[in-house]
Each structure stands twice: as structure tokens, then as C-alpha cells.
Design a protein around this ligand. Structure first.
Ligand code: GLN
Length: 538
């Protein structure tokens, strides 16, 4: 049964992918939240992977991890960065997960001999997942973003579920459809036909959108809007323009100017409540656009051809830059390009260096060489997950003089396994959802860079890894100057390493980037940028 007080908004997309449905959904959520509503956003992904955890980043970009250990679509990162509220397992559902659940039930005999079909069994399960968040009673409004583009074969069951929900008397919901109004330079015209066709495709599935959001490079005239309204059976004020913005963080304010919040609230029969001020948000944007100086940071990773692979890291740099009144110029460096010979050339101009997370052998030596360079040249360094593990390997090889030191992930028979498989990972062969995932406790040592950044002893950060620091070597590391300044006390796992003699050298086994938001920039990123700027001035 559904909690009838929760309202649902479905966000669908037409014409083309990559229109920024996630940003529009997050922006709508933001401006509704600013009016005093509690809002959450959910993403339904039409692919058959059970979750994106097993996907190569080149496929869909970064895999975002929630507190409760779900491996999810990167749009959930946008939701958290915009709303400043954590998401959970229930916020991301894939076709794979839906089918897995239904097929397991079939095997248990739960369907009592019935033929199991897309309609009603798959669609019922989709509808159940949509209402899971609403039924918690925590949210006034649940926004559900439907991945893919209307007309895709894979999206059909989702659109069908939306159609059914629209007809359920106890469910109050609306559909916001995002399309593109392309500009044809040759004729100097904005064209509405693709939008008309896309709405027609939705109508063929029995869904009439309530609001249209039109992505456009140019201002839409009233005429264009009226035309779209007329052809698409939409109230003219519910045709909203979403002009290309300077930054994604402008979009909530642009949507507010277009009164998307008011239109949506009217359609859901909800009051406007308080006038939103979005003060903190506006301050953030003002600072973002008026930095007092800039700082150059290198991001060394192996997936840099697709920048979305490091989405949360890139966004965390924007947040922490603003906090320092600095523009962060990110230099994307391919770890495979970094060699002893080229290190100077590639890294010398940087004020700070981040070595990214990752899996597998490719690019490892370049990461280790980068870290050696940062360590020896006193360049502020932040290593995340694999980046931290590489810092440990580098230190073992070049300071402890264990030439063949490595992680057993890359070199199972290394004589010096300074990074090795965690106890509870041994014997696990299945790849999906089996890493150490989600939020874990970490206790900080008081006189450390990490403690300085956080300003407290107990922190909780999100993890996604199988390997860990091998405590057998800890004493030697500490004697030579690399200290474990953060530990998980329950399992005695090293979570943070630092080199106190270095101006700012911090490696973390967890992923701080997942918890950085506009209103709460992550303290480690903030201090890393601060240290990098101090380095620049030196
Ligand atoms: N591959 C490493 C591990 O599994 C690091 C993972 C990561 O960087 N997220 O431990």
C-alpha cells in the first residue's frame, strides 16, 4: 500500500540522451526543498546489469557509492551534491535488479503457477520499487528519473509502469518530460519538431506529460513556447526553458526563474509554502564565479578519456575551490603517460597532485612514479583508494628499499605484499556487490593532517575496495616516516597514511569525494586545495 500523502514526479527524457535529466531532476528537487518540502530522487536504469558496480567506467562513468553500500549511477552523486541529503540502495534500481527479484520469486513458487510476464509482474515490481521511498513516510515528494530516452525498447516497461500509476486513484503523480530544441545555424531557427515527436512517442505509450522542459542553446521566444504547448497538449506556463548554463549549479536558479517549482506544486495541488531564498547556494555561485586566484591540480588516472569516470572528484574540487576562494584548474593526466623521464614535464607545473582510485594493472607504474615525484618534490598529494595503495607501494619500494613491493591485486606473488587481500575477501569469487562497500568508522590520530582537516576524531567515510594495507609492515613504515593516522578500530584496518615530514601528503583508503556537497565541501579536499595554494605561493 502506498502512503497517499507522498507525491510522485517522474522525469522522462526525449530526442536524445545526455540532455542532463539528472541535473534537471536534482535542480527541481533543490527548489522544492528550498520551499520546505522533503524531497528525494530515485533513478531507474533500463540496463540489465544488477547495478553499475561491475561496469567499466568507460561505459557509464563513475560508480557512485552510498552510505549503505549501494553501487549506483553517478546521477545519485548529483542528487546528494544538490540536496545535501544522503541517498540509499532504494534510490537506484536497474532492470537487472527488477528481473532478478521477479525470477527469484518465480523460483520460490511465489506466483503459484501463473505465467510470469512483463505486464503485470515486471511492471508491478517497478511500481513497488518506485513507492518504496514514498512508503518510508520520510518524503513529501519522490522524484523518479527514468534513464534512457522515450522510445527505447528497454524503457518501455518503465513508461508502462508510469502510465499505470497515473491511473491509480490513490497515487498523486505528474510527468516532467525533458527534450531538446535544436538550433539550426543555416536557417537561424529553433526547431520544435523533435519535441513534438518525442511527446508523440510518450503519448503512444499512453502517457501525457504535464510539464515540458526544453533544453536550448538560445532563448526561446513566447511564440516557440506557445507552439510547443499547442502541439503537445501542455498548458503554456508548463513549458519551461532550460537554456545552457555556465555551470550545472546555475540550473536550480534558472529553473526557479522559470517558475518550474510553482508549476509543479500547482499540478500536485501542494501549497507554495515559504519563498525560497537559496542563500547559501547563491553565495556559493557568487564565489564560484569570482575566485580571488587559481590553483593547478593534476588528476592522475587511467580513465581520463571519459571525464565522467571521476565525476565526484571533479565536483569535490569545485566545492573545495569555492571554499578557498580559488578556481581549481584540473589537469587531467593519463597515468600511462607518466614515466621517470617524463615526470618533470608532466607534473612540474602542478601545485597539487591527486592520484585517483582504480582497479587492475594498467597505469599502475605511472601512478607510482607520480607519487614518488610528489613525495620528493614536496608537492601536496592526495591519494584516494588505489591512489593511497600506490603511495604505500611507492614508499615501500623507494624508502624501505623493497624493490618488488606491490599489491597482490597486481602481483599475487610479490615477496613484499604491502597491500593485500582483506581477510573477509578471501574465497569470494563473485564480482557483483562483494567489495567492502559503504560507510565505515575511522578513528583519527590527533596530531595529523587528517585531524586538522576534519576537526574531530571520529569520522565515517564510504569505501569500495577489496585490498588493504598489510599491518605486518606497519612498524617499518612508521619508523621510516609514513604513519597510519586513521584506522578502523573495529577491524584494525589502516584507513589513512600520511608523511608528517612532507608539507601535505595524505592517502585515504576511502572515497571522500562521494560526500562532498555544495553546502558541505569535503574537509580533506578543502585542506588539500589550501595546501596546494600555499605550495603555489612558495
Ligand atoms: N583496486 C583496489 C582495491 O580493490 C582499489 C579500489 C579503488 O580504488 N576503489 O582494493
Amino acid at each position: 500500500m502506498s502512503d497517499s500523502s507522498t507525491k510522485y514526479i517522474f522525469v522522462t527524457g526525449g530526442v536524445t540522451s545526455s540532455l542532463g535529466k539528472g541535473i534537471v531532476a536534482a535542480s527541481l528537487a533543490k527548489i522544492l526543498q528550498a520551499r520546505g518540502y522533503s524531497v528525494t530522487i530515485q533513478k531507474l536504469d533500463p540496463y540489465i546489469n544488477v547495478d553499475p558496480g561491475t561496469l567499466n567506467p568507460y561505459e557509464h562513468g563513475e560508480c557512485f557509492v552510498t552510505d549503505d553500500g549501494a553501487e549506483t549511477d553517478l546521477d545519485l552523486g548529483h542528487y546528494e551534491r544538490f540536496l545535501n541529503v544522503p541517498t540509499s540502495q532504494a534510490n537506484n534500481v536497474t532492470t537487472g535488479r527488477i528481473y532478478q527479484y521477479v525470477i527469484n520469486k518465480e523460483r520460490e513458487g511465489a506466483y503459484l503457477g501463473k505465467t510470469v510476464q512483463v505486464i503485470p509482474h515486471i511492471t508491478d515490481e517497478i511500481k513497488r520499487r518506485i513507492q518504496l521511498l514514498g512508503n518510508t513516510g520520510k518524503y513529501d515528494i519522490v522524484i523518479t528519473e527514468i534513464g534512457g530516452t522515450v522510445g527505447d525498447i528497454e524503457s518501455l516497461p518503465y513508461i508502462e509502469a508510469v502510465r499505470q500509476l497515473k491511473w491509480e486513484p490513490e497515487i498523486d503523480c505528474i510527468v516532467v518530460h525533458l527534450t531538446l530544441v535544436p538550433f539550426l545555424a543555416a536557417s537561424g531557427e529553433l526547431k520544435t519538431k523533435p519535441t513534438q515527436h518525442s511527446v508523440k512517442a510518450l503519448l503512444e505509450s499512453g502517457v501525457q506529460p504535464d510539464v515540458l522542459v526544453l533544453r536550448t542553446e538560445h532563448d526561446l521566444t513566447e511564440d516557440v513556447k506557445r507552439k510547443v504547448a499547442l502541439f503537445c497538449n501542455i498548458e503554456p506556463r508548463a513549458v519551461i526553458q532550460a537554456q545552457d548554463a555556465e555551470t550545472i549549479y546555475d540550473v536550480p536558479l534558472l529553473m526557479q526563474e522559470e517558475e518550474l517549482d510553482k508549476v509543479v506544486l500547482d499540478k500536485l495541488s501542494l501549497p507554495y509554502r515559504e519563498e525560497p531564498t537559496l542563500e547559501g547556494w547563491k553565495d556559493f555561485l557568487k564565489n564560484l564565479k569570482n575566485p580571488k586566484d587559481e590553483v593547478n591540480i593534476g588528476l592522475v588516472g587511467k580513465y581520463i578519456e571519459l571525464k565522467d569516470s571521476y565525476k565526484s572528484i571533479a565536483e569535490a574540487f569545485i566545492h573545495s575551490g569555492v571554499k578557498n576562494n580559488l578556481q581549481v584548474n584540473l589537469h587531467w593526466i593519463h597515468s600511462e603517460d607518466v614515466t621517470e623521464e617524463l615526470a618533470d614535464n608532466l607534473l612540474e607545473h602542478l601545485d597539487g597532485i591527486l592520484v585517483a582510485p582504480g582497479f587492475g594493472e594498467r597505469g599502475i607504474e605511472g601512478k607510482i612514479t607520480t607519487i614518488k615525484y610528489a613525495r620528493e618534490n614536496n608537492i601536496p598529494f592526495l591519494g584516494i583508494c588505489l591512489g593511497m595503495q600506490c603511495a604505500v607501494i611507492e614508499f615501500a619500494r623507494n624508502v624501505l628499499k623493497y624493490d618488488d613491493a606491490h599489491s597482490t591485486e597486481m602481483y599475487p606473488d610479490t615477496p613484499y605484499p604491502v597491500i593485500y587481500l582483506m581477510e573477509d575477501q578471501r574465497g569470494i569469487t563473485s564480482k557483483g556487490g562483494t567489495m567492502r562497500l559503504g560507510s565505515y568508522h575511522c578513528e583519527l590520530q590527533e596530531n595529523s593532517k587528517a585531524y586538522q582537516a576534519y576537526g574531530k576524531k571520529d569520522i565515517f567515510e564510504r569505501h569500495r575496495h577489496r585490498y588493504e594495507f598489510n599491518n605486518k609492515y606497519l612498524k617499518e613504515f612508521e619508523q621510516e616516516g609514513m604513519i597510519a593516522t586513521g584506522k578502523n578500530p573495529e577491524k584494525d584496518l589502516v584507513e589513512i597514511v600520511e608523511i608528517p615530514k612532507h608539507p601535505w601528503f595524505v592517502g585515504v583508503q576511502f572515497h571522500p569525494e562521494y560526500k562532498s556537497t555544495v553546502l558541505n565541501p569535503h574537509p580533506l579536499f578543502v585542506d588539500f586545495i589550501k595546501a596546494s595554494y600555499e605550495n603555489k605561493k612558495r
